[in-house]
Design a protein around this ligand. Structure first.
Ligand code: ZN
Length: 198
């Protein structure tokens, strides 16, 4: 479990935390856990998410277990900079869908003294680094990689395998379309798909 560092008020610099992993690894739950605790302590908290993520409710960040907190949907990363001014703690969910501009935006927020907590997929369905996440893993002070459980063998899973045939990068309604797999099962699954396609 991630243990937050003490906030020293005489020191105004913020920092960046990133929570990344495959689908069903509990990223959003972990983001919500950290934000709720800050909120209980009376800190001003806001969550942002890309407007592209409209799987469930437009206004809420909803994890798979349906725990939710209100979030603001934004069109691009620079809007976060604009709206985040009044908040001490800034959460960003589904961060993989933002452009690389997010890296600079998060730096600017942290430089202004804010605690920035980012959640996102580290790899796409082909196992490739996803959007701004790899860069954010470099610039963040704290990186937490969470894992799901492989649906085929029960080992720790870090890949999001797409179970339907579709080569678009973003597919909504993820529950039916993806399964978390470990490295071995993921490689086997891709090979079997190749064979099946001839
Ligand atoms: Zn496996």
């Amino acid at each position: 479990m991630f243990l937050e560092k003490d906030r020293n008020n005489s020191q105004r610099a913020g920092w960046i935390e990133i929570v990344c992993g495959s689908m069903f690894s509990g990223k959003t739950e972990e983001l919500i856990r950290r934000l709720k605790r800050a909120k209980i302590a009376g800190q001003k908290v806001e969550i942002f998410k890309p407007a592209v993520d409209v799987r469930y409710d437009e206004e809420d960040v909803v994890s798979h277990d349906k725990s939710k907190v209100t979030a603001m949907a934004v069109q691009n990363a620079s809007q976060i900079l604009f709206y985040a001014d009044d908040f001490e703690v800034v959460g960003i969910d589904e961060a993989q869908f933002f452009s690389n501009e997010l890296v600079d935006v998060c730096d600017q927020l942290a430089n202004k003294g804010k605690r920035v907590i980012i959640a996102g997929l580290d790899m796409d369905y082909l196992g490739k680094p996803f959007g701004p996440i790899p860069s954010l893993m470099s610039t963040a002070e704290y990186v937490t990689k969470v894992h799901a459980i492989c649906m085929r063998c029960g080992n720790l899973a870090s890949y999001s395998h797409r179970t339907i045939n579709n080569d678009k990068l973003v597919v909504l309604g993820e529950t039916e379309s993806y399964e978390p797999l470990c490295r071995k099962c993921f490689v086997d699954a891709l090979e079997n798909q190749k064979k099946a396609e001839g």
